[in-house]
Design a protein around this ligand. Structure first.
Ligand code: G3P
Length: 478
């Protein structure tokens, strides 16, 4: 056709009446690779209304049938891992192998979700009245979990498939319908993923995927009166959404400044390996990336030396070649990262490598002797640039971690498990990893942030529960 990927509404692939499209720029070539429809508010309206109608029937579909369809979608998704991964390579410059892993992990997530759903939604509670003072045993309360309605899923560019299904699968198993608004970079991968749900045979209108400009349809979607829940992963936009949203449950994950605290008794080889993996995988474009290293001065030289040796070995280049470091997602992102680097340079940070950039490709960079007056001590680069702050006490490390606006995850390296647990308790973050880099998975683990890092908790079980509400029926005996 016209080369513009269609959006998905009412079980059909449609071209927008706007006649307009949104270009998807390949981060590596920096030229337009795909185009998607620029949907109108009217089209969004239609999608949300058909999602509302489809949900009513879906809620009455037996749980085991919902699970069966999800298992089918998971299998189809895995069968199509190669073309979907290829989109991730072109749209978001994800290294080729990681792109395949993202799709496979997503299939596993959908299946796990179906299994978890049939268990936890297959049981409710039974309460009796006489445990509360003044009551006889005359009231029996039955509770079950019922769906919320239409769930709006907004995933970010860094996992357009995985962070979409981590919202879609729990919503569907719980009896909700889904409106997906994929990120522009990653929209075509998301449309392919949605096609797998289409092939699995879900009812028309139950799942839709709307593409377009945030400026045109963003607020319209998030403030739509028929949307009953928003699950969002991304940046600052989430804060604006939470302020404008109606009285509906919100699940938000909005980035972090995950600290890696390294004590004197740490296994420095293990710490260095995790600093590199945590700081530089997918070029640092993960909410859970290590974003600041807080190392005890006495072991700092040794750590920095080992980290530098590993940074030296990272491959830099095209995602097609499965390089470790690939171009960051947009030119404006690269410019932002460069701004943080220049600020650190001007304020006297030690550059362990020379700063180098070609287009959106930024060479991995470790900045030592970073001071609290530097922006990079606090801001999230979302790129392959990692600051090291040398500390003289554990308290200093905890203090820096807790002074951040973010509180997603953190990690501690020490051989003293008692100390590790005390530090974990003191860190104001959603999760603390002991002796490993921060990470969301395995995907059934709870995943949450405090402060500006988010609202609510994710992970398969928590997401299913969050996308339901309790309904009680009380039997009053004579
Ligand atoms: O950046 C998204 C966040 O959910 C990280 O996931 O799997 O890279 O820890 P992961």
């Amino acid at each position: 056709g016209d080369g513009v990927f269609r959006y998905y509404s009412d079980g059909e692939w449609k071209a927008s009446a706007s006649g307009k499209s949104v270009p998807i720029i390949n981060p590596t070539t920096r030229s337009t690779h795909f185009k998607v429809q620029a949907c109108t508010q009217e089209e969004v309206n239609k999608i949300v209304e058909s999602a509302r109608a489809a949900q009513k029937l879906w809620a009455k579909t037996p749980l085991w049938k919902r699970a069966e369809l999800l298992h089918r979608a998971a299998a189809i998704l895995k069968e199509h891992k190669a073309p979907i991964a290829e989109c991730l390579v072109k749209e978001i410059a994800k290294p080729a192998k990681d792109a395949v892993t993202e799709v496979v992990r997503s299939g596993d997530l959908i299946s796990y979700c179906a299994e978890e759903g049939v268990r936890i939604l297959g049981e409710g509670k039974f309460l009796v009245s006489d445990s509360f003072p003044g009551n006889e045993r005359t009231k029996y309360c039955l509770t079950s979990k019922i769906p919320l309605g239409v769930v709006l899923a907004i995933p970010p560019f860094n996992y357009p498939v995985n962070l979409a299904v981590s919202k879609i699968a729990p919503a569907l198993i719980a009896g909700n319908s889904i409106v997906l608004k994929p990120p522009t970079q990653g929209a075509v991968a998301a449309l392919h993923m949605v096609h797998c749900f289409h092939l699995a045979g879900f009812p028309r209108g139950l799942i839709s995927c709307v593409t377009g400009k945030g400026s045109e349809i963003g607020d319209f979607l998030t403030m739509h009166p028929s949307v009953s829940c928003i699950s969002f992963t991304g940046g600052d936009t989430g804060i604006a959404i939470s302020k404008k949203a109606g009285m509906i449950p919100l699940q938000m994950e909005l980035g972090g400044k995950d600290a890696c605290i390294i004590l004197e008794d740490a296994d420095i080889d293990l710490a260095a390996a995790n600093v590199v993996k945590g700081g530089f995988s997918y070029s640092g474009q993960r909410c859970t990336a290590v974003k600041v290293v807080l190392v005890m001065e006495s072991v700092a030289d040794k750590l920095v030396e080992k980290v530098n040796a590993k940074v030296q070995k990272l491959t830099i280049g095209a995602p097609e070649d499965d390089c470790d470091i690939t171009p960051v997602v947009t030119e404006s992102s690269a410019n932002f990262i460069e701004g943080l680097v220049m600020d650190a340079k001007q304020k006297g940070a030690t550059f362990c490598q020379e700063y180098r950039r070609e287009g959106n490709l930024i060479w991995p960079l470790l900045l030592d002797h970073v001071q609290p007056d530097m922006r990079i001590a606090w801001e999230e680069p979302f790129g392959p640039v990692l600051p090291v702050i040398r500390i003289n006490s554990v308290e200093e490390g905890i203090h820096h971690c807790n002074a951040s606006n973010f509180g997603l995850q953190g990690c501690i390296f020490t051989r003293d498990i008692n100390k590790a647990i005390l530090i974990s308790d003191a860190m104001e973050t959603g999760t603390v990893q002991i002796n490993s880099a921060p990470a969301r998975g395995p995907d059934h683990f709870p995943f949450q942030g405090v402060k500006d890092s988010g609202i609510g908790s994710q992970g398969i079980t928590n997401s299913i529960n969050m996308m339901t509400k309790i309904k009680s029926t009380v039997i009053n005996l004579p």
